[in-house]
Design a binder for this molecule. Sequence first.
Ligand code: SF4
Length: 375
Amino acid sequence: MTIREIKAKSILRKHKKIDSWFLSAYGMNLYRGCTHNCIYCDGRSEGYYVDGEFGEDVVVKVNAIEILNRELNPKRKRIPFKRSYMMPGGGVGDSYQPIEEKYQLTRKALKLLYGYNFPVHMLTKSTLILRDIDILKRINEKNRTIVSFSFSSVDDDISAIFEPGVPSPTERLKTLAVFKHEGIACGMFLLPVIPFITDTPELIEAAVRKASEVGIDFIIFGGMTLKAGKQKDYFFDLLKNHYPERITEYQMIYAGDKWGQASGEYYNSINLTFNRIAKKYRMPTRMPPALYKDIVSENDLVVVILEHMDYLLKLEGKKSPYGFAAYSISQLKEPLSAMKEELRKIKGVGRTTEVIIREILETGSSGYYEKMLMG
Ligand code: SF4
């Protein structure tokens, strides 16, 4: 393992629009690269330009906290921050990968976020997050914390093959239970499920059942991408050793899409399976509005709910006008409450969408949406 220390020029990245999975409008990478070394990680693909060998080498942004302190200081900002959860990490580096034990950049970033009054959503695969339970609890009391863990399944043996550098799913679930016990909202990112290995109805149901037993607040589900080049080659090497009988099926569904997407048919079929099981356990498949309606701006609240509705309808194989409307609203400069009489002038907003938007502005949610979400 090689550690390269660098000085970064900036840390905080503003997204073009709020991310409706994470409810975050900003990202920050304190490390580049990830020694968790999950076999399917797309950080390995050429597009990410990670220095050295992905999975072994890490770049540490040693001045990250100094820069972040400047970037987060509201007195230095001309335009106020967008209201949303802050997410240390993400991208191609887990904020709780082993190097964090030494550098503690994530812990220091959390202290800054606490001081500057931001809510925080953490996503990790590492139980090292328990070290920071003190600060995460304080953030939760002041502004709210969400702790999410990602899983490709809850099977410890399969995880040991595909996620060699992280604690087992059992350990991750135990950690989530600790956070839940402390009154902190928790999410499961069942993402990516591994085709023909962890995408079976049995394993998906096991994950949803265990999440439900722990009291997880929502599960975000998704399939795997496999980009041609380093990511695909690395994954296939492992497949040849452990699951040679699966190779033909993989070749069929990953037929060379530029973004590494599997076939639409395949994604539809796993989404339908997941949807059916999530409904059985009444598990929300997106973050429920109660966790963010008092945090984000009214326009972002509408954007997120419409995007969620778009996802939920498509999951059922239905057409949806809500994705387009959400995009148009995300581009508005004016608050929607100031345009209440002109909502229909927004591209993509028809009669039904108008009624839904009004309800969201008045109540913070939509009955139709909540019914879809909760099953
Ligand atoms: S923990 Fe996340 S970023 Fe790190 S290797 Fe695994 S999938 Fe990639």
